[in-house]
Design a protein. Structure first.
Length: 196
């Protein structure tokens, strides 16, 4: 979801925003697109998040266009969706660390899954408009999914630009055809977003 970049890090610290008298609870809305090569194909994410103080909601939809495994030259489309509630357990100057929980959905040509989704995300201000960002999301059952990324973001309000590296693992636990299929994808990601 995503996750990355807290757009006002560099104008007023997170700790100061939380403590500022008379300013009310800070509200942040972010949306964007992130994409890059994965597994010989392409992955594209649409992300949206809303944070009110330490609490938030996040949504991430990933579309994967991958070469078909049967060697036909066709492509397979897989859609992954994550819907999370978030809690910023640490919200201090230059650091925000969130715990996340919700549901994940995976849709492939032959089957669809819904499962529990857990995650954590972190943003660290490195100085100026630069952030370090990282996120890990896990679905333990009925299928298994690991989605992890780390990278850098540049926040020039309201524009956010980011780049980094992503790892995605999908395991159908043998639920498609009785044979366990584990797909591992990795590659760089690039993104543009808006933060308000």
């Amino acid at each position: 979801m995503t996750t990355p970049g807290y757009h006002d890090f560099h104008r007023q610290s997170l700790g100061a925003r939380a403590r500022a008298p008379g300013k009310g609870v800070p509200v942040d809305v972010r949306m964007g697109l992130t994409g890059g090569p994965l597994g010989g194909g392409v992955g594209l994410d649409g992300v949206f998040s809303l944070e009110v103080g330490q609490l938030g909601l996040g949504a991430k939809v990933t579309g994967l266009d991958l070469p078909a495994e049967d060697g036909s030259g066709d492509s397979d489309q897989i859609t992954l969706t994550q819907l999370h509630a978030t809690f910023a357990a640490v919200a201090i100057d230059r650091l925000r660390l969130r715990a996340e929980a919700g549901v994940s959905l995976a849709r492939a040509p032959d089957i669809s899954f819904t499962g529990l989704s857990l995650g954590t995300s972190m943003e660290v201000c490195l100085g100026g408009p630069f952030d370090l960002e990282a996120r890990v999301q896990v679905t333990p059952f009925p299928y298994r999914q690991l989605d992890a990324l780390a990278g850098l973001a540049v926040n020039v309000r309201p524009l956010e630009v980011r780049a980094g590296y992503r790892v995605l693992v999908l395991d159908d636990q043998g639920l498609v055809d009785g044979v366990q299929h584990v797909d591992r994808f990795r590659g760089p990601y690039f993104g543009l977003g808006l933060g308000f």
